[in-house]
Design a protein around this ligand. Structure first.
Ligand SMILES: Cc1cc2nc3c(=O)[nH]c(=O)nc-3n(C[C@H](O)[C@H](O)[C@H](O)COP(=O)(O)OP(=O)(O)OC[C@H]3O[C@@H](n4cnc5c(N)ncnc54)[C@H](O)[C@@H]3O)c2cc1C
Length: 476
């Protein structure tokens, strides 16, 4: 990092203020929400909080910071779960929010693309696509708040990855302000482009450590005309994985989402939304929420769903279930699924793990990880749920009844170590979709292959030799 004196910093901050104007300058008294992460784990301070209103303003801010040796922390909707979007506590960095970069620049139904600025909220991208009779398939619980730049910077996953892929598979082009303030215009709409390294993919998933994404060209798809869903109880996770294979084959690969839910998660969700009835007649240990979609209306999708479920019931892969009779019931299934996260968060401390293993190894992971955490802290409550169709499990832990938060915090490193050991034994990943941020930096350093870490450091140095772009995140 370049060392500069206080006067140079103060002069640079004054010029920043001029560069973004009054609308783009957040007074210290109003900066609070930008400086604390969604989980409340990190409370940072910033030399300034700026909200540039255009790519040119972002470039001016980053260039001024580069000249003055001031580090920049990009922020979108601030819904990230690993502390990547807030500055450190020393107050030396500036926070650059994209919340004024909200223009939808273009939507082309023939190219099937939408070009959006980084600060457009994910739900607004979905709505713009729907208005043009198209689908933008990225979807997750935070979609009303997270912004597309943040989605791309974290290579977000979500509920429809099984069918449409992660965020990186939904991007054709990017515009990025590089750490020295240059603007890279890679806003191409090409479906095929084999002209050397695919630079955009380096910025996607880099969590703001290589540059500030200011705009993107996103892929659109035909809008589904028919949706069917069922919530079923399965005897165990092995049955869930077997059911997934049968559902894909039996529906003509129409499965859009396939979510595994443990009973503990249903209990958290029901406690969070009082008055919600238990979804099936009796409680079960494991559930699956499956959704099928078709771009054509009036097909036999529902018959196919019911046929697979009936056959699964006969062969005891499914023990109970309900097929959504209406859109309202389908929404209620999804509301229950989404309430798990907030339900657990409201009911006290938790340790979250967002991990992945090959789909076929999900049952082994769940068994081994549950045994390991029970040995580390008897009585610990496991709430495992998630996108089992992608091998992505949120393996979240709550303290045993009666154990206070301080004692649970002491047990945390042992619990996380046990979960990550189970992941490593099955060739998995310690971060499936939330990223590394600040929270998992140490774990990444300890568990990533040295050669891979070295390659990542070389890429970081090539793009950001002064280490001014979101320092202290991802790489140790
Ligand atoms: C209730 C809930 C449910 C969630 N469900 C999912 C889920 O299903 N799948 C999933 O993947 N995630 C999920 N998340 C996590 C989170 O919503 C995603 O990581 C989301 O993509 C973050 O977007 P954001 O705009 O809030 O980014 P932020 O939190 O603002 O930032 C995240 C990271 O990206 C960087 N960044 C932000 N904008 C830019 C930019 N323009 N250029 C460069 N870097 C940038 C930041 O510096 C930071 O490192 C969930 C979160 C919540 C709270």
């Amino acid at each position: 990092m370049t060392l500069v004196d206080t006067d140079t910093r103060q002069a640079a901050l004054a010029r920043l203020r001029e560069a973004v104007g009054p609308k783009g300058w957040v007074e210290a008294a109003d900066a609070g929400t930008y400086l604390t992460d969604w989980r409340g784990l990190y409370h940072g301070r910033a030399a300034a909080v700026v909200r540039p209103g255009s790519t040119a303003e972002v470039a001016a801010v980053v260039r001024l910071c580069h000249e003055a040796g001031i580090a920049v922390v990009p922020q979108g909707g601030n819904t990230g779960l690993v502390g990547g979007s807030v500055p450190h506590e020393d107050g030396a960095e500036i926070l650059l929010s994209t919340d004024r970069l909200t223009r939808i620049r273009d939507l082309d139904p023939l190219d099937n693309t939408v070009t959006v600025e980084a600060g457009v909220v994910l739900q607004q991208v979905q709505e713009a696509a729907a208005e043009a009779d198209r689908l933008f398939p990225l979807s997750m619980g935070a979609e009303g708040s997270c912004r597309i730049g943040g989605n791309l910077a974290t290579n977000a996953g979500g509920n429809a990855v099984l069918r449409y892929g992660n965020a990186r598979e939904l991007v054709l082009g990017l515009e990025v302000v590089l750490p020295d303030g240059q603007v890279w215009d890679g806003l191409r709409r090409l479906r095929k482009d084999n002209t050397g390294y695919d630079l955009k993919q380096l910025f996607i998933g880099a969590e703001g450590t290589l540059g500030v994404i200011t705009a993107a060209v996103l892929r659109l798809f035909p809008r589904p005309r028919q949706r069917e869903a069922a919530l079923v109880a399965v005897p165990d996770p092995a049955a869930a994985v077997a059911l997934l294979a049968r559902m894909r084959a039996g529906s003509g690969d129409a499965v859009t989402a396939f979510e595994l839910i443990q009973r503990q998660g249903i209990d958290f969700a029901l406690a969070h939304v009082p008055g919600t009835p238990d979804p099936l007649e009796a409680p079960y240990d494991w559930y699956v929420l499956v959704e099928l979609t078709s771009p054509v209306a009036g097909t036999d999708l529902r018959d196919k769903l019911e046929a697979v479920l009936e056959e699964a019931f006969e062969t005891e892969l499914v023990v109970d279930g309900a097929v959504a009779a209406s859109d309202t019931q389908m929404q209620a299934f999804w509301a229950l699924r989404e309430a798990i996260v907030e339900g657990q968060a409201r009911l006290g401390p938790q340790v979250k793990h967002d991990v992945s293993v090959p789909v076929s190894r999900v049952p082994a992971f769940l068994e081994q990880a549950a045994a390991a955490v029970a040995a580390a802290l008897p009585g610990v409550r496991v709430n495992a749920f998630g996108h089992v169709g992608d091998g992505n499990i949120h393996f979240n832990l709550s303290p045993p009844e009666g154990l206070d938060a301080a004692a649970f915090a002491v047990a945390e490193p042992g619990l996380t170590g046990a979960v990550y050991d189970a992941v490593a034994a099955l060739d998995g990943s310690i971060s499936a979709e939330h990223g590394i941020g600040r929270l998992k930096r140490g774990d990444l350093a300890a568990r990533k292959a040295p050669l891979e870490l070295d390659l990542m450091r070389r890429i970081k140095r090539a793009f950001d030799p002064d280490g001014l772009m979101n320092p202290g995140k991802v790489l140790p």
